[in-house]
Design a protein around this ligand. Structure first.
Ligand code: NAD
Length: 238
């Protein structure tokens, strides 16, 4: 199916591996001009080269921490007017809420709520003016089915979901959509670290992730949400 997004420009955050990388690959396959970022230069450069070789289109890259104002400024300098914005960042650590202080909460809210909101704020008026914009937030199924030991994630991502729900309704008339991808368990480094920590807390040797849940199984939802004529409406959680 031609999604009608070839030639569009996408900024895909936190994409040297895992779900961000999967989304970047899926968009590149659709002919989108992709810019990816992650914190480690060697890793993000290597991923950009691999996606470029796979898709036959050069992939721009930069190394930055997207949760900082400097990182966001660098990302927007590299891809100033994205048609497609995929918001993503590392998830907060699992644990017991009794151990989290204010700083832990602020870090989670910064990374998983305020960072995407800042990037939306910086890009959405341009999208409205150009009458095309697709914003896709990688959040978590914990928004619909909260997980006890991921309280920081449950809280920060629910805040983002609430904010987006209001804004999405307002901007849809300008052909700008905002949708949230809600991964369950996908076999990435993040999931492995979370499961190891749970196994340790439960005194078990290891909890195995579902091997069928590879990042490519989530990634096609990103170009689908970015389609020229979106087959799903805005403000959805899928
Ligand atoms: P991952 O560890 O495989 O990959 C994370 C990517 O983000 C890496 O490229 C890393 O370099 C980059 N990154 C992390 N923090 C960054 C920052 N501050 N600035 C720039 N780049 C940064 O993780 P993943 O499994 O792909 O998870 C992506 C997001 O999806 C996380 O927020 C995670 O909590 C969430 N999530 C994942 C799952 C799952 O099953 N994998 C389920 C629900 C939610």
């Amino acid at each position: 199916m031609d999604l009608g997004i070839a030639g569009r420009k996408a900024l895909v955050c936190a994409a040297s591996k895992g779900l961000g990388r999967g989304c970047a690959e899926a968009l590149a396959r659709e002919g989108v001009a992709v810019t990816i970022l992650a914190r480690t230069e060697s890793a993000v450069r290597k991923t950009a080269e691999e996606i470029g070789a796979m898709s036959g289109r050069p992939v721009q890259w930069l190394a930055c921490d997207i949760t900082t104002p400097e990182g966001r400024a660098a990302a927007l300098a590299a891809c100033p007017e994205p048609d497609i914005l995929v918001n993503n960042a590392g998830g907060p650590p699992p644990g017991d809420f009794r151990d989290w202080n204010r700083d832990a909460w602020i870090r989670a809210i910064d990374a998983n709520m305020l960072t995407p909101i800042e990037l939306i704020k910086a890009t959405i008026d341009g999208m409205i003016a150009r009458e095309f914009g697709r914003i896709v937030n990688i959040t978590s199924s914990a928004v619909k089915a909260p997980i006890d030991f991921l309280g920081l994630s449950n809280g920060a991502r629910s805040g983002l979901t609430g904010f987006v729900a209001g804004l999405a309704r307002k901007v849809a008339q300008h052909n700008v959509t905002i949708n949230n991808l809600l991964p369950g368990s996908f076999d990435t480094d993040r999931l492995r670290i979370t499961l190891e920590s749970r196994a340790k807390a439960a005194g078990k040797a290891r909890i195995r992730p579902d091997a069928s849940a590879a990042p490519p199984n989530l990634a096609p939802r990103a170009p689908f949400c970015a389609a020229h004529r979106p087959a799903i409406s805005s403000g959805r959680m899928c």
